[in-house]
Design a protein around this ligand. Structure first.
Ligand code: HEM
Length: 434
């Protein structure tokens, strides 16, 4: 055989091998969760519409593809109900309560119902309404900080981020502050929905959902007798004037709001704090220029937002970059990969609080764009402004930031222990010394 033919065959085989070895072969590998981006860059370049046998679905990693799919009527966001509907009859029967509740979330299994919910709820989550909550958010965070300002070390995750996030959404819904621990636990379990793999996971989620239903029913009964200024009362008014169809819709959507708001916003604040500690120059810049905080929050969302990926299901056959997607197949949209796409974000792996992030995917895109984005942003602005102002220099303790892998592709900060150095006078004022 001619030498040049042998050489080019060798080169081809090497190139193929490189391609094979750099595209992740196992998306369930826990180590991938802890160092996601090299693998996502490789997928985006070499196989942007990737079939994953482990996930039994397509994995998309390019910004423009993800944004296009989120506007594409040939896919549906009712992927969990769609999945349950395709399960064997016995499993379907057992998962009926979960399926029925999810089908009512923002009415998203029917376009008209989805629009009805968006229309009904948008004024309560508008920038203007959310601004009216700023004062209460600040007061809640100040109370949390007052309690721990004497400590040398604090856990940002469990002592600030979660109680703040759960406290704000509980305040909006009208559930008591004493139940925050419970709300956090429930919300964490329901977030499994984004990583769900099978029947057992769904059963566990259903158990939590049933507990939440009976918890919320109690408040619904109380508000039927006496309205307050909270979302449960607003939902009941909606039921009376025909905007809301049933009490089941109210309960299902209170569950959605609780879980959609709590864990995501808490992770946003904890992860964002970790990004700053991991990039001390950026932390210092923000300390010097607090006016950059809103901008920094967008960069945090882009760089390492709380939602790694969201799921869709094809409802029609269609082709994408030469790959054939069939009705009924799952499509996994890796928001973290889209948000590091170099076609859209120059030097995407650089964390820069001064970067002008014009758009990112962390709150989704298109018809199901996050209802609570303005609320989450307001909380994050209050959080970073207050923590930087009140807790002085922050240093990671020896325990650092333990990330827990949550395959496929997700990870969670278990805790974030930091040493604090509150302004001398503030600590004294609170102990009454000096
Ligand atoms: C940093 C915090 C948050 C992040 C990262 C986040 C992320 C997201 C994402 C990615 C979606 C789109 C899901 C999809 O298309 O499948 C979404 C939708 C949604 N989010 Fe958020 N979210 C956050 C905070 C909140 C808060 C505070 C609330 C409410 C109080 C909320 C309520 C919702 C709702 C109701 C939807 C569904 C909207 C619809 O279907 O029209 N989220 N969120």
């Amino acid at each position: 055989m001619r030498r040049d033919v042998v050489n080019s065959a060798k080169a081809l085989s090497q190139a193929w091998h490189q391609l094979e070895s750099s595209v992740p072969s196992d998306l369930l590998d826990p180590s991938l969760c802890l160092d996601l981006h090299p693998a996502m860059h490789s997928l985006r370049q070499k196989d942007p519409v990737h079939w994953s046998p482990q996930l039994n679905g397509w994995v998309l990693t390019r910004f423009e593809d993800i944004a296009a799919i989120l506007r594409d009527p040939r896919v549906t966001d009712a992927s969990t109900t769609g999945r349950i509907d395709r399960m064997p009859e016995e499993e379907r029967k057992q998962l009926r309560p979960l399926r029925d509740s999810i089908a009512l979330w923002m009415g998203h299994t029917r376009k008209e119902d989805h629009l009805r919910f968006q229309q009904f709820l948008k004024k309560y989550f508008s920038h203007r309404t959310v601004e009216q909550l700023r004062h209460k958010t600040q007061a809640l965070l100040d109370r949390l900080i007052d309690k721990l300002i004497q400590d040398d070390e604090i856990d940002i995750v469990s002592e600030l981020a979660h109680p703040l996030s759960a406290g704000v959404i509980a305040e909006m819904l009208g559930t008591p502050i004493e139940d925050l621990d419970q709300l956090q636990r429930w919300s964490r379990t329901l977030n499994l929905l984004f990583r769900v793999r099978g029947f057992q996971d769904l059963l566990e989620i259903q158990q939590t959902l049933l507990e939440m239903e009976s918890y919320l029913k109690h408040f619904l009964d109380a508000r039927r007798v006496e309205r307050r200024e909270d979302l449960i009362s607003i939902f009941l008014d909606g039921l009376e004037n025909g905007d809301i169809a049933s009490e089941e819709e109210i309960i299902a959507n209170c569950i959605l709001l609780l879980f959609a708001a709590e864990d995501t916003t808490a992770s946003m604040m904890s992860n964002g704090m970790w990004m700053l500690l991991d990039h001390p120059d950026q932390l210092e810049r923000l300390r010097q220029e607090p006016a950059l905080i809103p901008n920094a929050v967008e960069e945090m969302m882009r760089f390492d937002g709380p939602s790694t990926m969201i799921n869709r299901m094809a409802v029609e056959n269609f082709e994408l970059h030469g790959r054939q997607i069939e009705a009924g197949q799952m499509v996994f949209l890796v928001l973290h990969a889209g948000n590091r796409d170099p076609e859209v974000f120059p030097e995407p792996d650089q964390f820069d609080v001064g970067r002008k992030v014009m758009k990112h995917l962390a709150f989704g895109y298109g018809a199901s764009y996050c209802l609570g984005a303005a609320l989450a942003r307001m909380e994050a602005h209050v959080f970073f402004e207050t923590v930087l102002r009140r807790l002085g220099d922050l240093e990671l303790t020896a325990d650092g930031a333990p990330w827990v892998p949550l395959p496929p592709l997700w990870r969670r900060l278990k805790s974030l222990w930091v040493r604090i150095h509150p302004a001398h006078t503030e600590a004294q004022a609170l102990t009454g010394t000096g």
